[in-house]
Design a protein around this ligand. Structure first.
Ligand code: UGA
Length: 470
């Protein structure tokens, strides 16, 4: 029986930080989530969850009611600045701030670590003199070697403060993040070697064992590795997923010209346990906040050690080309200028309201530049898509051709063609005859193979589905 509940500080209330913080509270820790954005903080404190994540609202509400989950505007507002001796157990400070793609000349593609460094500096500035041990963990995806660099940076700022820098990457997928956190395939913890005092490392190992005990009891593997291995494993895992998806995209292209069906090919491949059935779904290209930025970041960090990662780089380039080519695929079968196109599914995948790096945004800008009018629909991501399109600052002659459809029916009404980009259930469920009544034209483009070909063809549609010969 652990002597004291763990004190966890989670810096960043993005989807990783908020989900991880709330779920750690569910595991029994006392958690304070730090969010520097005032609007987001106010929302959280008033019980509003600023992102679409199934189960998260209930989890946050119940953990707040149990007094295990709190929100703070900065580290100074947490118990970290309390006098030395206040803490009965070591404190665990997780950094779950953003590591976006660096846009500075010469560093393009690399991860921008400024938010991680700022959080570390804030920690260094407010720990009281001679504090007890702090266990720092990067939850943000950071290049291999970041833990070592953070330890050096902290040591220079606060030689009096004992700190052990660990890596505890997350493998949460948006839309199922709460489920993923509480039912993980594995928990990965990277511990430092070298000149870190072994007693610090031992304390970190104990704290993690206590934190994740309720999952370990259920049989979840808790892997302790070298810190560098954990950092690199996170990138390697995401890059491998990207390679799988990009590979199937190319196989899908070949299927379209050879009479094969990519679903049958993927099914036959996936029954081989060496390949596995997951992540073989060809689509419009991968998007989201992780894969598109993590792959070039991995390539860039390896390049610093003069290692060329040709396979992840190829996946990255193939994916960019795939997203950029969606409009061209459509233009090969229909004339687009002056046509009204319904774009269905603006989130980067179904189940989330996130539109970051979504293929729908690439296709929308391409179709506008080809002279089409667009009716855009998504059951959850409409507001985010609208903000993302506005940020592009399109010329008025293009933006006036953008129509935000409040309902699926409104999007389809009078459309010359409809394009399915994210496989939301509402698109799968719509009756072909109803679609035929609403739409003017008969071209359907299914980039997810969510539509059943026979009933649609029976209703008079021409279906162009990725990975399937017509
Ligand atoms: C991804 C990983 O799946 C998580 O394991 C990881 O923790 C997370 O990144 C992260 O680093 O934080 P996520 O970006 O939420 O999670 O989304 P995925 O479900 O991986 O989908 C990524 C993209 O690949 C989507 O655009 C999706 O539509 C596409 N995809 C996925 C396919 O086109 N085909 C597939 O078979 C699978």
């Amino acid at each position: 029986v652990p002597p004291h509940p763990l004190e966890v500080i989670m810096v960043g209330a993005g989807y990783v930080g908020l989900v991880s913080g709330a779920a750690m509270a569910r595991l029994g820790a006392t958690v304070t989530v730090v969010e520097s954005n005032p609007g987001r903080l106010t929302a959280l404190r008033s019980g509003t969850i600023p992102l679409h994540e199934p189960g998260l609202g209930e989890l946050v509400a119940s953990e707040r009611a149990a007094n295990r989950l709190h929100f703070a505007a900065n580290l100074a507002e947490t118990a970290l600045s309390a006098p030395a001796g206040t803490f009965k157990a070591p404190r665990l400070v997780f950094l779950a701030v953003g590591t976006p793609e660096n846009t500075k000349p010469g560093q393009q593609g690399a991860a921008d670590l400024s938010a991680v460094q700022a959080a570390l500096d804030e920690l260094a500035s407010l720990l009281p003199p001679n504090p007890s041990l702090t266990i720092l963990a990067t939850k943000s995806t950071v290049p291999v070697g970041t833990g070592a660099a953070l330890a050096r940076r902290f040591q220079a700022l606060r030689p009096d403060a004992p700190l052990v820098v660990t890596s505890n990457p997350e493998f949460l997928a948006e839309g199922q993040a709460v489920h993923n956190f509480l039912n993980p395939d594995r928990i990965l913890v990277g511990l430092p070697g070298g000149d870190t005092p072994p007693s610090y490392v031992q304390a970190a190992r104990q704290a993690y064992s206590q934190l994740y005990a309720p999952l370990v009891i259920k049989g979840v593997p808790l892997l302790f590795t070298k810190r560098e291995s954990a950092e690199l494993a996170k990138y390697a895992a995401n890059a491998f997923l990207a390679v799988k998806i990009a590979f199937m995209g190319e196989i899908a292209d070949f299927c379209e010209h050879s009479g094969a069906s990519v679903d049958e090919v993927a099914h036959a491949m996936g029954l081989d346990p060496r390949i596995g059935p997951e992540f073989l779904e060809a689509g419009p290209g991968y998007g989201g906040s992780c894969l598109p930025k993590d792959v070039p970041a991995l390539v860039a960090s390896a390049a610093q050690s003069n290692i060329t990662l040709t396979v992840p780089q190829a996946a990255h380039l193939a994916n960019k080309a795939r997203k950029a080519g969606l409009g061209g695929r459509m233009a090969r079968v229909m004339h687009l200028a002056g046509k009204r196109i319904a774009l269905l599914g603006l989130a980067f995948k179904a189940g989330t309201d996130d539109v970051r790096a979504s293929p729908a945004l690439d296709l929308a800008t391409d179709l506008l530049s080809q002279g089409a009018s667009l009716a855009l629909h998504d059951p959850e991501a409409l507001a985010n898509a609208r903000a993302a399109m506005q940020a592009l600052d399109l010329p008025p002659q293009q933006s006036e051709r953008l129509h935000w459809a409040p309902t699926l029916e409104a999007a389809l009404t009078g459309a010359d063609a409809a394009v399915l980009l994210a496989a939301w259930p509402c698109y799968k469920d719509i009756a072909p005859d109803h679609m035929a009544q609403l739409m003017k034209g008969r071209h359907l483009f299914d980039f997810r193979r969510a539509w059943q070909p026979q009933p649609l063809r029976a209703a008079g549609f021409t279906l162009h589905a990725v990975g399937m010969a017509e």
